[in-house]
Design a protein around this ligand. Structure first.
Ligand SMILES: Nc1ncnc2c1ncn2[C@@H]1O[C@H](COP(=O)(O)OP(=O)(O)OP(=O)(O)O)[C@@H](O)[C@H]1O
Length: 834
């Protein structure tokens, strides 16, 4: 599969010299999508980042990767230099150091995206400046994601086009679209955005600015210094003095101002791990350190590979999970000045300076993790010998843990912060140069970042932040340990109706919130809906999501075939939001039967069926009448006839859905019925506990239905012992089931892989089945589609295709020419009727 992941060493060797240019190319393409299109855009591009990138070649030329063989011991690598002595003056985070990073050798610019504090996420959402900032970013990036005002499309930026985040239908220029979507990533690499003058948050209170500037950083309105922990590229097991920079510096930093990180002086880690050290960990999916990640084949660090451990490096064993950039030297631009005291090292090019992301601060008041009471840092916490070093690490950073799953564009790992004890999901994507899929990955991830950073809802996976480290992009997300609905279906079979009701209600809740923000997910399906151990459902994978404006435009061919609405397949004009409702109906059927509708057909045939026939999919008899009615409402071919998500929340099928989360005795505030917060009906107690301040927008979204329904959980008896199809295997500490353990109902899938805890979500992600998108261009008809692209639900399908996500994320121009043939439309770019 993903040939772009696993490149041979020789390939890599060839690539390395051009790696820098690839980044250049990538950056250029991402940042200057519209170069040549208009002088103003060009000028903007120049202003934003061109100058900054001019320094790249220098640093690139000194990339350690060029000098280090993949099997070379880490200790033998050129960058394994003695750690510098602490020098606060030299490492002070100053604006000037940000704006004028050292341009010498090794001054490799990094795309640094510090993590926001969840609290600041909240703050940001509560601040109108946030929207303004997004707006600014949108304008400067030609991104259609403009207004962030939930439910108020009237306030959307007039400059926003109706083009997809990833499609750019308005422009009609695939290339430009791709570039636009890269903005959130690439802009962060611009030193321009680091200048206070460009900051949208200058007027923010100091208490809000630091972390709150993170997301805007993604949007290009960066304010303050990056906040990630500095680290050293040196993988000395002993703590580096430079990592113990004084708290005063941190406290004085504008970036850190107001940030409740008294332990900032502990940033950085003295932990050393080798690229192969992860092997010592039974559940460590990523052996080695960040260097290993960065300069070894990405796949080598994953559990499915066997990286050679460096004999010269300490292998902390189970605790040797990789720091996010734990051994990556700080880059001066990435606030790396903090760890580049004297630049005394002669070989600056060997420094891979970037700061590590901070963990998300505790969102929930009830979170067992807090920085003042961190279990992870408690000396009373028993630690295995292998973890001791890890846990005593001073760094507040994420360590890459086991592999959770693989998607089309990257791997998702558990991230663990040994300082706070918190976990996250780290989505890692390697950005190779002139690789079509790499660009597509970056684009999609950029979209995902852009959208996710604006969302905050208990039924939507929370975005924490992102950063780019060399050729890898990391997105830090709320960790939802139960896995996807798809995976649960594969492992446990169809859901009972109570679970379906509850899940559907929660999906609707998330969709209602999303749609109120004029955002359509466009890829609702079981594989993109995660479940936590309490049965709380979270919408995930916003790579296909799109913010829509009022302008009408043909629907883009985006999504997963079996869940695609007819109007999408037919490229008809229609309500964009309604496509999610159709997909939800398909997902309900998926939960009820383990398969989406029309799964008896292979992909394109199914699409043809969906798009051209008048048939409705079969609804299982065992579904209640309410359930059947709900599905029928969702699967109305005329999108205008489909109820909205908010309306569907009033449907009997979901209205009385029982929460699956068990009550925690003594934790509920008196007088507040479980699941009800300020009149907002949620399944579970997430809003009350996980969101100190509920979004007014969310309240607005749901209050109407609550008032209409007058429903109160206290009015009914809610069984607490509902069988919850939540898989404990989602726990990062548990091993996935072996194929033999799976019952006969399930079709083989990557989830059976002993190396993958959760199912890969797309056939393209299959180990050997993935087809680079550009290769799909050569496919001329369905029969030529490789097996993995065929329906995973039909009998003749090979087993390694867990998800019929055939055309998901296809670059423009590569989208179903097959469909073009089928539907008589031109086979290029977006397929528009007429
Ligand atoms: N926040 C999360 N918490 C727990 N697991 C997650 C999380 N995000 C993703 N995963 C796991 O990683 C797998 C791949 O993630 P995801 O689908 O988001 O990647 P992707 O590259 O966007 O894939 P695709 O775009 O093909 O759907 C998922 O199937 C899921 O099992």
């Amino acid at each position: 599969m993903r040939s772009w992941w696993g490149k041979s060493s020789s390939k890599e060797a060839k690539k390395k010299p051009s790696k820098e240019s690839f980044i250049d190319t990538l950056q250029r393409k991402l940042k200057f999508p519209s170069e040549g299109k208009s002088s103003s855009q060009k000028q903007r591009s120049d202003t934003v980042s061109r100058n900054q990138f001019l320094s790249r070649p220098v640093s690139r030329s000194t990339s350690p990767s060029k000098h280090v063989g993949r099997c070379q011991s880490f200790a033998e690598r050129p960058q394994a230099q003695p750690l510098p002595l602490p020098c606060h003056a030299g490492v002070a985070r100053t604006e000037s150091s940000l704006a004028k990073p050292r341009q010498g050798k090794g001054a490799k610019p990094l795309l640094f995206l510090p993590l926001p504090k969840p609290g600041c996420i909240q703050n940001r959402l509560d601040h109108p400046e946030f929207d303004g900032d997004l707006m600014t970013a949108s304008v400067s990036s030609d991104c259609s994601v403009d207004s962030d005002d939930p439910g108020d499309s009237s306030q959307r930026s007039p400059l926003a086009s109706d083009c997809d985040l990833g499609n750019g239908t308005a422009s009609g220029s695939p290339s430009s679209l791709v570039v636009k979507d890269h903005l959130p990533i690439t802009r962060t690499n611009s030193k321009e955005v680091l200048k206070p003058a460009n900051l949208s948050f200058n007027n923010q209170s100091p208490n809000w600015r630091p972390m709150g500037s993170h997301v805007p950083t993604l949007q290009g309105s960066y304010n303050g210094a990056p906040c990630s922990a500095p680290d050293s590229s040196l993988s000395s097991p002993s703590r580096s003095p430079m990592r113990s920079f004084g708290t005063d510096r941190v406290v004085n930093s504008a970036f850190w101002a107001g940030k409740p990180y008294p332990d900032l002086s502990l940033l950085g880690s003295g932990q050393c791990s080798s690229p192969g050290s992860g092997q010592n960990s039974g559940h460590n999916s990523m052996g080695g350190d960040m260097i290993g990640q960065l300069f070894w084949q990405p796949s080598r660090g994953s559990p499915e590979y066997s990286p050679l451990p460096s004999p010269k490096l300490t292998s902390p064993g189970p605790g040797s999970r990789i720091h996010s950039g734990a051994v990556t030297p700080l880059h001066p631009r990435a606030g790396g000045m903090a760890a580049e005291p004297n630049s005394g090292r002669s070989d600056e090019g060997k420094k891979r300076c970037h700061r590590l992301p901070l963990p998300p601060l505790t969102i929930s008041n009830s979170s067992p993790f807090s920085h003042s009471n961190s279990a992870a840092t408690s000396p009373s916490i028993p630690r295995s010998p292998g973890r001791a070093e890890s846990l005593t690490s001073p760094g507040s950073r994420w360590k890459k843990g086991k592999l959770l799953g693989r998607g089309s564009f990257g791997h998702v790992y558990v991230g663990f912060n040994s300082e706070s004890g918190e976990m996250c999901a780290m989505k890692e994507v390697t950005l190779f140069s002139d690789d079509t899929k790499s660009k597509e990955s970056a684009k999609q991830l950029g979209q995902e970042i852009t959208l996710l950073s604006r969302l905050r809802h208990p039924n939507i996976v929370q975005y924490y932040g992102s950063e780019t480290v060399d050729d890898k992009l990391y997105i830090y997300l709320e960790y939802v340990s139960g896995g996807s609905i798809y995976k649960l279906l594969q492992e446990y079979g169809q859901f009972g109706e109570s679970a379906i009701r509850s899940y559907t209600q929660q999906i609707l809740s998330g969709l209602a919130y999303l749609h109120a923000k004029n955002t359509v997910h466009r890829d609702i399906k079981g594989a993109n809906i995660l479940v936590d151990p309490n049965g709380r459902v979270k919408l995930a994978d916003f790579g296909m999501a799109k913010h829509i404006t009022g302008q009408a435009c043909p629907l883009s061919l985006k999504g997963s075939p079996y869940w695609m609405a007819p109007e999408v397949i037919k490229n008809a004009n229609g309500s964009h939001l309604a496509v999610d409702i159709w997909s939800l109906g398909c997902t309900v059927l998926e939960m009820a039967t383990t398969k989406p509708p029309w799964s008896q057909y292979e992909g394109v045939a199914a699409m043809f069926k969906i798009g051209n026939s008048k048939e409705l999919p079969a609804i299982p008899d065992h579904l209640s009448n309410d359930g059947k009615d709900f599905v029928r409402l969702c699967l109305q071919r005329n999108p205008n006839h489909r109820p909205t998500a908010a309306q569907l929340l009033e449907h009997r099928f979901v209205k009385n859905a029982a929460p699956l989360e068990k009550a925690i005795v003594g934790h509920e505030p008196s007088g507040t019925p479980t699941g009800i917060t300020k009149g907002v009906n949620y399944v579970g107690k997430a809003p009350a506990r996980n969101s100190p301040v509920l979004d007014s927008e969310r309240l607005a979204v749901h209050s109407s239905r609550v008032s209409k329904s007058g429903f109160n959980f206290s009015d009914i008896h809610i069984p607490r012992n509902i069988s919850c199809p939540v898989s404990p295997i989602g726990s990062p500490l548990l091993q996935p089931r072996s194929p033999q353990q799976l019952n006969g109902r399930m079709s083989p899938s990557p989830i059976s892989s002993p190396r993958t805890a959760s199912g890969s979500s797309t056939p393209l992600a299959g180990t050997s089945a993935a087809i680079p998108f550009h290769n799909i261009n050569h496919i001329v008809n369905w029969q030529e589609l490789p097996k993995p692209l065929r329906s995973p639900y039909t009998s003749g399908t090979t087993s390694h295709d867990p998800n019929p996500n055939f055309f998901r994320g296809m670059p423009l121009g590569s989208q179903p020419f097959v469909l073009a043939n089928q539907f008589g439309r031109p086979a290029q770019g977006e397929l528009h009727e007429g």
